[in-house]
Design a protein around this ligand. Structure first.
Ligand SMILES: [Zn+2]
Ligand SMILES: [Zn+2]
Length: 269
């Protein structure tokens, strides 16, 4: 059964002609999990024929606009489609208040479905969901506001080896992350900058492509997928070259691109 990660956007603070804001859909054996919800997320879902009804859980890494501005529009469309199934939103403190503002001041009616908030907090990994197909853990990142990565561990099916996916954005290098995601099959990691701009990466608490690759290598990840590229770079091939020098099995996230994690894949150790 498939386990896939589909990119809906891989820009950072500013969109470009090619790149929408950050959002991804993780599909584990037919169940969809939305990771972040930047502006334009629902449009990308439409383009890719991913039904809003399949989304039951939304995981927000942090409350920066490029990761959450798509949420009010997504919720509004769900309401207009007469959704009745509950929607679970996992996010750091403040998410509920942000959405209350939207409902209070923009004249929107109460949604047609329950929204259940799960506030994410803590200094280390904590399980936030046990779903039918996977267990999900949140762990702190190193950013300018409280931010959390998410680790999805597939539940085992018969004798096959369970797979895992980690999602780390936005973050500067954090010494504990490799241990928290050790042996992960697929690591999505932000690479906002190139090493030539390491000073800016440090200043804004982001990572370079090289630093993301170092995290993947330290974690013994199987595959690294880079995204959240700064709009200052006109093309992204340099991200791939820089990361592959350190971690050869690196790929670039791209809108509409779906990365599949094969069941027989064995992560490096
Ligand atoms: Zn961001
Ligand atoms: Zn951010």
């Amino acid at each position: 059964m498939p386990l896939t990660l589909t990119s809906l956007g891989c820009a950072s603070a500013l969109p470009t002609r090619e790149n929408f804001f950050t959002a991804h859909v993780l599909n584990i054996r037919g169940r969809s999990f939305l990771l972040d919800c930047g502006e334009g997320t629902q449009l990308r879902l439409r383009h890719l024929d991913i039904s809003l009804r399949t989304i039951e859980h939304v995981f927000i890494t942090h409350l920066h606009g490029d990761h959450v501005f798509g949420l009010p529009g997504l919720l509004s469309s769900m309401h207009l489609l007469d959704r009745t199934a509950p929607l679970y939103i996992y996010a750091p403190h403040g998410m509920e208040k942000m959405l209350a503002f939207y409902y209070d001041f923009l004249g929107e009616r109460e949604p047609s479905f329950p929204i259940i908030f799960r506030e994410v907090r803590g200094d280390g990994p904590v399980q936030v969901l046990e779903a039918e197909t996977a267990c999900v853990y949140a762990f702190p990142l190193k950013h300018s506001v409280p931010a959390f990565g998410y680790l999805f561990r597939e539940k085992s099916v018969r004798k096959s080896r369970p797979r895992s996916v980690a999602y780390c954005t936005d973050t500067a290098p954090h010494p504990d992350i490799p241990g928290w995601i050790r042996g992960v099959d697929l690591l999505f990691h932000e690479a906002t900058f190139l090493e030539q701009d390491a000073q800016a990466a440090a200043q804004y608490l982001h990572s370079t492509a090289g630093q993301a690759a170092q995290t993947a290598r330290s974690a013994g990840a199987g595959t690294l997928l880079l995204g959240h590229f700064s709009s200052r770079y006109k093309e992204t091939s340099a991200f791939l070259a820089e990361a592959r020098n350190i971690f050869p099995n690196t790929y670039l996230s791209k809108e509409g691109f779906t990365f599949s994690v094969p069941r027989d894949f064995i992560a490096a150790t």
